[in-house]
Write a protein that binds this ligand. Structure first.
Ligand code: ADP
Ligand code: MG
Length: 253
């Protein structure tokens, strides 16, 4: 089976700062991979490379078997044009730490914007599906609310619904609950848990170790741009082998 994400020895630097130093990983269809690691270890950069927001310097990165950002002819790589990149990105949903909703649009409008504008979906159908998605994230009654009228947790659930509206093959989450008040975290994690149960392929950067333990098929611990340890949650979180993993877990658990 073709993995949904396959990273092979990928490197990324910003100027003199080497951020990713030979990352290998694979995510299979319907799998949930949780990325954990200290601040500055390169987790966000890795997700941003998968989602075409950053370009890798070396290595190969495939999403759904397709080389990210390049076309390969023989041994030579050609950069893709902007519209080709957009086509590749269409199938990837991303949810950030900050909710990034359009402030001047209602919850429902936020959700239907991209399907109508980018996927050229019929407006009425997009609205109907938007309402279904709002229902799925527990916000059926908030369709007409503006972001400012929603709590952080509700905004984040709208952001998830908005990403799902594009019918992604892959969902990326970058610390989706880190900016939330503690009492709002649970509802967002519950939506993500349900999404995982429904078979969505997900890569989740999180400090929520309980969530990672319950939901992840695989946990990957990154430190200083390298994968220190990866495996099933019971192994990496429950019985870490490496000193760096143990130290990190002692700090967050
Ligand atoms: P994490 O998400 O694990 O906290 P990041 O991927 O955000 O880590 O950052 C890893 C390193 O890369 C940090 O040292 C950060 O300062 C640096 N970095 C990230 N993005 C940029 C950028 N656009 N320009 C320069 N340095 C960056
Ligand atoms: Mg980060």
């Amino acid at each position: 089976m073709t993995p949904v994400v396959s990273a092979q020895r990928i490197f990324k630097s910003f100027g003199k700062v080497d951020v990713l130093k030979g990352i290998d990983l694979e995510v299979q269809e319907r799998e949930v991979l949780c990325l954990i690691g200290p601040s500055g270890s390169g987790k966000s950069t890795l997700l941003r490379c998968v989602n075409h927001l950053e370009k890798i310097d070396a290595g190969r990165l495939y999403v759904d078997g397709v080389l990210v950002g390049y076309r390969q002819r023989g041994d030579v790589l050609h950069e893709l044009r902007e519209n080709e990149v957009a086509a590749q990105r269409k199938d990837i949903g991303m949810v950030f730490q900050r909710f990034n909703l359009f402030p001047h649009m209602t919850a429902l409008e936020n959700i239907t914007e991209a399907p109508v504008q980018v996927r050229k979906e019929n407006k009425a159908q997009a609205r109907e599906r938007g309402r279904e998605l709002l229902d799925r994230v527990g916000l059926a009654d908030k369709a007409d609310n503006y972001p400012a009228q929603l709590s952080g947790g509700q905004q984040q659930r709208v952001a998830i619904a908005r990403a799902l509206a594009m019918r992604p093959k892959l969902m990326l989450f970058d610390e989706p609950t880190s900016a939330l008040d503690p009492e709002l975290v649970g509802d967002v994690l519950e939506v993500m848990r349900q999404l995982a149960k429904d078979g969505m392929t997900m890569v989740v950067v999180t400090h929520e170790m309980q969530f990672a333990r319950e939901v992840a098929d695989k946990v990957l611990f990154m430190d200083d741009g390298v994968v220190v340890e990866q495996g099933p949650p019971d192994q990496v979180i429950g019985d870490p082998k490496h000193e760096r993993t143990k130290e990190f877990l002692a700090r967050v658990l």
